[in-house]
Design a protein around this ligand. Structure first.
Ligand code: SF4
Length: 389
């Protein structure tokens, strides 16, 4: 990058000026990762000090049966496939109850677009979960699912959200966003929820008092300009509603050969690679700098690995997510050695090791518990260091 442009961008960031679309594209063109990190860290420190938030949550998927076949998706199954499943309401409640003793505060529920489950199933399952786990907040359904509920119920999204909120819904999830630009979206998404509906449904949720997350799936067939466009749309909506609590860049994942049927479900796998760590850190940094009106930037560490997640705290991220539990449990790891759940003490150590103060939050980003400040680097150097895979 031209030294003059670099100086101009740096001056804008330090003056707190809003960055333009062209600025965002220029930032992605920079190979100076340390410089990007420094700018993003300045911004995150201005907004969130040296705090890193996390919450104790678990993920639940009521069904993997889906009417759509998004090109990148390895989760969906068609009715009748060997490992297709749909939980009965009592099964979902029993599964959630198993997690209760892990001091769970939030259940994160997303599902396939099931072709024959009736609309009534969804508020009913929420009501029963809320009755069984009254202290657990329910963060459920993508905007895509809400649009699907409109289709299967014939009700408008406003009435759907009212009923789900009455049943215990605390927040929507941020999924279904992927990349909004149609140039890319038409090749990766196979349902009918695009920017117009996705933004309509989140706008409605914000009007009803919900704080919602927004996501971006990056590192597949999109180019940096599409990531910038994605963030610009969200930033504009945030100017209007102020309802987004957090932005979550999600790293596109390759699929593994299914041991049951030998299939690789991801249909763009052969022409894509997964974003390398440097690209991920750049994406976090540029997102923090561009999306200047969203309070938090989250790293869902399951998709990045723990080392990149820890580093991302110096590239704009101030929130770590993934299933966090109280006790060490046996779990599956993917072929990168990334665990699917994390013991609370391990997470605290990762945050302290990176020089930040851990803060436990609830679904609405209210503080539940503040932990001690990190021990200074000089003191830590005299102790044996932990190495994270
Ligand atoms: S809507 Fe698309 S991404 Fe979501 S489960 Fe169905 S196929 Fe997968």
């Amino acid at each position: 990058m031209d030294a003059g442009l670099k100086r101009d961008l740096e001056a804008k960031v330090y003056a707190g000026e809003r960055l333009s679309r062209e600025d965002g594209i220029a930032l992605y063109e920079s190979d100076d990762l340390t410089w990007l990190g420094r700018l993003a860290h300045h911004k995150r420190t201005e907004m969130n000090g040296d705090r890193v938030m996390f919450n104790v949550n678990r993920h639940l998927n009521l069904t993997n049966v889906c009417s759509a076949s998004c090109a990148y998706c390895s989760f969906q199954r068609k009715p009748g496939e060997k490992d297709a499943y749909t939980m009965r309401i009592d099964e979902a409640v029993a599964k959630a109850k198993e997690m209760e003793d892990e001091q769970l505060t939030e259940l994160h529920i997303v599902n396939g677009l099931h072709p024959s489950l009736p609309w009534r199933y969804y508020p009913k399952v929420l009501r029963e979960l809320k009755a069984a786990l009254p202290n657990v907040k329910l963060k459920c359904f993508t905007a895509t699912e809400v649009q699907w509920f409109e289709k299967i119920s014939g009700l408008p999204a406003s009435e759907i959200l009212d009923e789900l909120m009455d049943a215990g819904l605390e927040s929507l999830t941020g999924g279904g966003a992927e990349i909004f630009d149609w140039e890319v979206r038409q090749h990766i998404v196979d349902h009918n929820c695009h920017w117009e509906d996705w933004s309509r449904i989140h706008r409605l949720a914000h009007e009803k008092g919900m704080k919602t997350p927004a996501t971006m799936l990056y590192g597949h067939i999109e180019e940096p300009r599409h990531r910038v466009d994605h963030v610009m749309r969200l930033r504009e909506l945030q100017d209007e509603t102020g309802g987004f609590a957090v932005f979550i860049p999600l790293r596109y994942q390759h699929d593994f050969v299914d041991s049951q049927d030998g299939k690789v479900r991801n249909r763009i796998q052969e022409r894509t690679t997964m974003a390398a760590p440097a690209e991920s850190l750049k994406t976090f940094a540029v997102s923090r700098l561009m999306f200047d009106n969203v309070p938090h930037l989250k790293n869902f560490w399951v998709m990045h690995g723990l080392s990149v997640a820890q580093l991302s705290l110096n590239f704009g991220a101030d929130d770590l997510d993934g299933s966090v539990v109280e006790y060490k449990i046996t779990h599956d790891a993917d072929s990168y050695g990334t665990p699917s759940t994390m013991h609370r003490d391990d997470l605290l150590n990762i945050i302290w090791d990176a020089g930040f103060q851990p803060v436990e939050r609830n679904t609405r980003y209210e503080v539940v518990r503040e932990y001690e400040k990190p021990i200074s680097l000089a003191e830590r150097r005299s102790e044996p260091q932990k190495v994270w895979a």
